[in-house]
Design a protein around this ligand. Structure first.
Ligand SMILES: CC(C)(COP(=O)(O)OP(=O)(O)OC[C@H]1O[C@@H](n2cnc3c(N)ncnc32)[C@H](O)[C@@H]1OP(=O)(O)O)[C@@H](O)C(=O)NCCC(=O)NCCS
Length: 311
C-alpha cells in the first residue's frame, strides 16, 4: 500500500551524492527502473562509473533525504565542457512520489547548472513517460522532439574500407572562419539550434573534414571521462557536398579519437521526423551503431541572474 503524505516533500533536503552512503541504494534503484532502459534491457551505470563521477565533485549528482535520513530520490546529470547539462536520471522512491520531491531535485539541478556556467539543460525520456514529461512541462522545458537513440562502442565503429578522399583532423573553434561556415547546413541531431546560424559554442571536441585543403564538414562531440561516455552533438556539412560520405569519414575519425581517450560508449540522437536524419540513421546502421528506443528530448535555456532580474 502506498504511504503517500502530501507534506513529506516539504521536509526533504537535497544533498550531494556521497559514494559511501548512497551508492548501494542508487545502484539498486537504477538497475530496477524500467524508465532508464534505452532498449529492451535496463543498463544502468556501473558502481565504478558512479564513483568516478562523484569524485569530480561538480555538484551534478544529487540525493533527496527525508527526516529519517533515508534516501527518497536522486538525480544524476552530466555537466559537460560544452556547457550543456544533461539530466541522465531522476528517480523518486515509489511511496514518496507526487509530493514535489522530483521538483525539488530539478530546481536544485538547475540552480547548480547555472552556478557552474551551463547554458542549456537537456533531458531524454521515453515517449510513454507521462510523469516525466509533465514534470518537464511544469519546469518550462521546450516541447519535446522525437529522437532515435543510437549507441556504439567507439572501437567497434567500422565501415570496412576507409578510403574517402577527405582529410579529417581535430580542430578548434578559432580555426573556422565565418564565411566558410555560412555555406554549411546543419544535420539535425540532439539540439534545437539548427535554425540559427551554426555556432560552435557548445562544442567540446571538433573534427573537421577537408577536401583539397578546404573545410567541407564539421562534427562536434562532448565527452564525459568519469563515465567514459561521449555524445556526438552536431554535424555541419558544406551544402555543395554529398553529405553521407563526409559524415561517414567524420564519424569514423571521431570514434577512433574517442577510443584513444578511453571512451567506451558513444551515443548519437538523430531527430526521427526530419528527412535528413533518416539518411543519417541509415548510415549509422551501416556503421554498426545499435538502434535503441525513440526518446523525447526536451531542452531549456539556463537563466542567468540578469535574466531572472528582468523577468
Ligand atoms: C518522474 C518522477 C521522478 C516524478 O517524481 P515525483 O516526486 O513524483 O514528482 P513531483 O511530485 O515533483 O511532481 C512534479 C510534477 O510532475 C508531474 N507528475 C509527477 N508524477 C506524475 C504522474 N504520476 N502523472 C502525471 N504527472 C506527474 C506533475 O506535473 C507534477 O506536478 P503537480 O503535482 O503539481 O501536478 C517519478 O515518477 C519517478 O521516479 N519515476 C520513475 C523514474 C523516471 O521515470 N525517471 C525519469 C526518466 S530519467
Amino acid at each position: 500500500m502506498s504511504e503517500t503524505n502530501p507534506n513529506h516533500g516539504n521536509s526533504v533536503t537535497i544533498e550531494n551524492f556521497c559514494t559511501e552512503k548512497h551508492l548501494a541504494y542508487i545502484m539498486q534503484a537504477g538497475q530496477n527502473t524500467q524508465e532508464f532502459a534505452t532498449g529492451d534491457e535496463i543498463i544502468f551505470w556501473s558502481g565504478e562509473a558512479l564513483k568516478n563521477w562523484a569524485a569530480e565533485k561538480d555538484g551534478s549528482m544529487l540525493v533527496a533525504i527525508n527526516q529519517d535520513m533515508e534516501i527518497v530520490g536522486f538525480l544524476l546529470a552530466i555537466f559537460d565542457e560544452g556547457r550543456t547539462a544533461t539530466l541522465e536520471n531522476i528517480h523518486v522512491r515509489e511511496s514518496f512520489r507526487k509530493q514535489g520531491i522530483a521538483s525539488k531535485l530539478l530546481n536544485e539541478f538547475e540552480n547548480r547548472a547555472a552556478r557552474v556556467g551551463m547554458k542549456k539543460l537537456r533531458s531524454f525520456c521515453h515517449t510513454t513517460n507521462t510523469a516525466m514529461s509533465n514534470l518537464l512541462i511544469r519546469h518550462h522545458y521546450s516541447e519535446g522532439i522525437l529522437t532515435q537513440w543510437y549507441v556504439s562502442q567507439p572501437s567497434l565503429v567500422n565501415c570496412g574500407s576507409e578510403e574517402s578522399g577527405f582529410q579529417i583532423r581535430k580542430i578548434n573553434i578559432g580555426d573556422v572562419d565565418q564565411i566558410t561556415y555560412a555555406n554549411f547546413s546543419s544535420i539535425l541531431i540532439s539540439d534545437l539550434d539548427h535554425q540559427d546560424t551554426p555556432s560552435l559554442d557548445l562544442a567540446q571536441i571538433i573534427h573537421g573534414a577537408f577536401l583539397n585543403g578546404s573545410l567541407v564538414g564539421l562534427m562536434t562531440a562532448s565527452a564525459h571521462k568519469p563515465t567514459s561516455k561521449a555524445t556526438i552533438e552536431r554535424i555541419f556539412i558544406d551544402r555543395s557536398k554529398e553529405a553521407s560520405t563526409v559524415i561517414k569519414s567524420l564519424i569514423l575519425s571521431s570514434a577512433k579519437y574517442l577510443a584513444m581517450q578511453d571512451i567506451s560508449c558513444v551515443t548519437i540522437h538523430p531527430f526521427t521526423e526530419k528527412n535528413v536524419s533518416l539518411d543519417l540513421m541509415a548510415l549509422l546502421d551501416a556503421l554498426g551503431f545499435k538502434k535503441r528506443r525513440v526518446f523525447v528530448m526536451n531542452l531549456k535555456s539556463v537563466k542567468t541572474s540578469n535574466d531572472k532580474e528582468k523577468s
